[in-house]
Design a protein around this ligand. Sequence first.
Ligand SMILES: [Zn+2]
Length: 275
Amino acid sequence: VTQITWPEGKRVAASFTFDVDAESAWLAMDPANADRPGVLSQAIYGPKVGVPLILDVLARHGVKGSFFIPGINVELYPDTVEAIVDAGHEIGLHGYTHTPPATLTRDEESEELDRAYTLLTGAGGNVTGYRSPSWDVSPHTLDLLEAKGLLYASQFMDDLRPYRHAGRRLVELPIQWILDDWPHFAWYAGDSARTIRSTQEVETIWTEEFDGIRHLNGSYILTMHPQVIGRPSRVALLDRFIGYVSSHDDVWITTCAEIAAHADAQLPATVGVQA
Ligand SMILES: [Zn+2]
């Protein structure tokens, strides 16, 4: 097992990531939502209100984030994507329609990837990474990402630090539901089994995970959604939490693309053996 060494004596890498799903996730979940403007309005809040508030917080802290954007949102929300790119943040692939790859044929998944890649690179981003919609990867996803020449994916839950996928060049930046705002905060009519957690609860969870990953010299990839984290109380949580992470001078806060490039340079290019 190759132990990653972080740059300049840093002991942990951290990346703040945002999945700019807008309505796409709701339409992929249930096409009938197309006729439910009330349901969709909670998704529209993301690009309309959430993203500007998030960009303000990141700018105040001087932090560059990674924004994973379904291709269709480059068409629907060009100004939002432009604001993200202009602020110097990374943009990464997140499907075209946000349909979970596991529910697509290989050809459909490949077409989604191609279409999204063309749109995102056209929006001015240097696109090297991918995160599958709903983290529901198909048996073909890694092959397709590799064929596209992508450097990394951020969608598997089997480690605490970057690794190279077996027999591939592709680097993985592991994530987990515990470090996602959706399971803690998202609530919608018809899903009454869920409970909206307080920001204090989530701050505790995210802080304890950060402390643990820092202790283990891992990578801390926090996944958020502008329609979820973009509420005022949660933007305040994000503000406090970035402040907490930044207060450690041994933390390398950067984009997923930078973490992946660093890992790629360190991990052996072994074939058939997981590094
Ligand atoms: Zn998503």
